[in-house]
Design a protein around this ligand. Structure first.
Ligand code: FE2
Length: 476
């Protein structure tokens, strides 16, 4: 009887919470009229006002790595269209407010563009915004700077707060770390926020973050992009990031042939890609002793011109690469974790170059499962591999979960687990640790470049055994 009562109570509490949520959502809908925005009728999952509509105060502030992060950083932000002037103020960090004294603060002009999006598919309202963008140059490596963005006026409410940003170390072999996320994609505010926040809690000194595509589900959904910025909040403005587009950053209505109208306005990634359409999606960045390359895998799939251009470009970038370490990120995996998800054309074009130039890491997404291994693993289960080739990883950070099958290339795989990877590059060694959202170690390896030019792979012990979806929910 006691048990029955408990069940009844919990059902009641749950139902009651749902009702309150619904009431709140209705309230939001009415508020839109009061704020003078387009009225829209959305019965479920109504977007919160502040996730969608810009104001005169900067929001969606994000810093991106430039191709030369030792001397510059890129910053983007958004306001309403009443704000048509945009500046970045930057100074070297001080112990207190002293950077504001004298003439320590430099003011940089930003470019502004007006963008309108209306996601009718999800019954989202028309959103008119001003996107502002600047590259702050002439910085010194190994320094922490403070910056803020705003309209140049004296009023505080049109400026952001001051954020810190750290440039890479002077010694390019000094240790640095980055965090790699697979697809966030779904329920980003609700379910992905704790992943990026946990990763930041575990390593607040992280040097940059890398997103391997499918940051959101619907490329043209302003609400979903709003959720992505909300989830990362000040982390996006403090830790530089880079992102490679996935299929979901391409508009489904164009058969995934057109990049999201918001990608280029809201990010500020390198524009040296081999085609106009590959600007800010296919690029290379030098971070200390590592070259990080983004291949636009969806564009590669879309047409032969992009396929040929990216393959030729990658060959030339790798041929001229002088960095000790090389990482490639692309959304579609070279080795998929599941049958029926094979990317043969991508593998046949890219893998010969990856092998030829000895690329160290390939960081991917798309499969909504986890796997990590190398091409010649062949199920040997070795702890130490003396002459290792490229390590491939597929990961997922959001809550959408698929299944995988055990394959020869995999050292560790997993399902139904939201993960982030902390990768530390320390001169001749890379330490890669994949953590669950709880912070437990799911997979770990070290990659060591030896004096004979060979690369040793050490598969480290992790805390968790393989997690499979069937152990938690019924699978098809
Ligand atoms: Fe995908």
């Amino acid at each position: 009887m006691k048990n029955l009562l408990l069940v009844f109570l919990s059902v009641f509490v749950f139902t009651s919470c749902q009702e309150n949520e619904d009431k709140n959502l209705n309230k939001h809908e009415h508020n839109h009229d009061q704020h003078g925005h387009t009225h829209y009728n959305h019965h479920t999952n109504t977007p919160a006002h502040k996730l969608i509509f810009p104001s005169k105060t900067p929001d969606r502030i994000i810093i991106n790595l430039t191709e030369d992060p030792a001397h510059s950083f890129a910053v983007n932000w958004r306001t309403n269209q009443q704000i048509d002037t945009a500046y970045v103020q930057v100074a070297e960090e001080t112990h207190g407010p002293d950077f504001l004294l004298g003439d320590h603060v430099t003011c940089i002009d930003a470019k502004t563009q007006f963008i309108e999006v209306e996601n009718e598919r999800d019954k989202e309202p028309l959103v008119k915004a001003a996107y502002h963008s600047a590259i702050v140059k002439n910085l010194h490596p190994g320094k922490t700077y403070v910056y803020r963005v705003g309209d140049g006026s004296k009023k505080d409410d049109t400026w952001s707060e001051w954020f810190q940003i750290k440039t890479p170390a002077v010694d390019e072999n000094a240790p640095f770390s980055f965090i790699y996320f697979g697809d966030a994609q779904n329920d980003v505010k609700s379910m992905w926020s704790r992943v990026i926040r946990k990763s930041y809690k575990m390593l607040p000194e992280v040097d940059f973050m890398l997103h391997a595509g499918d940051l959101i589900n619907h490329s043209e959904s302003d609400r979903e992009w709003g959720e992505w910025f909300y989830a990362g909040s000040f982390i996006h403005a403090t830790v530089p990031s880079i992102m490679t587009p996935g299929n979901h950053e391409y508009d489904k209505r164009t058969n995934r042939s057109k990049l999201s109208a918001l990608w280029r306005p809201q990010f500020n990634l390198p524009e040296h890609g081999p085609l106009e359409e590959l600007k800010e999606t296919c690029y290379a960045i030098d971070y200390q002793n590592m070259k990080v390359i983004s291949i636009d895998a969806q564009s590669f799939n879309n047409n032969i011109y992009s396929r040929q251009a990216q393959t030729k470009w990658l060959d030339s970038v790798l041929a001229n690469n002088t960095k000790k370490w090389t990482t490639i990120t692309m959304h579609y995996p070279i080795f998929s974790t599941a049958k029926g998800r094979d990317n043969k054309d991508l593998r046949e074009a890219m893998k010969p170059l990856i092998d030829k130039y000895g690329v160290d890491l390939v960081l991917q997404g798309h499969d909504h499962t986890y796997a990590r291994g190398y091409a010649t693993n062949e199920g040997l289960g070795k702890t130490i591999v003396e002459d290792a080739g490229t390590v491939y990883a597929v990961s997922v950070s959001g809550p959408k979960m698929y299944e995988s099958q055990d394959q020869e290339w995999m050292v560790k795989r997993g399902e139904y687990t939201q993960l982030f990877q902390i990768i530390t590059v320390d001169n001749d060694t890379i330490n890669y640790n994949s953590y669950t959202t709880k912070g437990d170690l799911y997979d770990s390896f070290s990659l060591i470049k030896e004096s004979n030019g060979k690369k040793k792979l050490i598969n480290n012990q992790s805390e968790l055994l393989m997690r499979l979806k069937k152990d938690y929910v019924k699978v098809k």
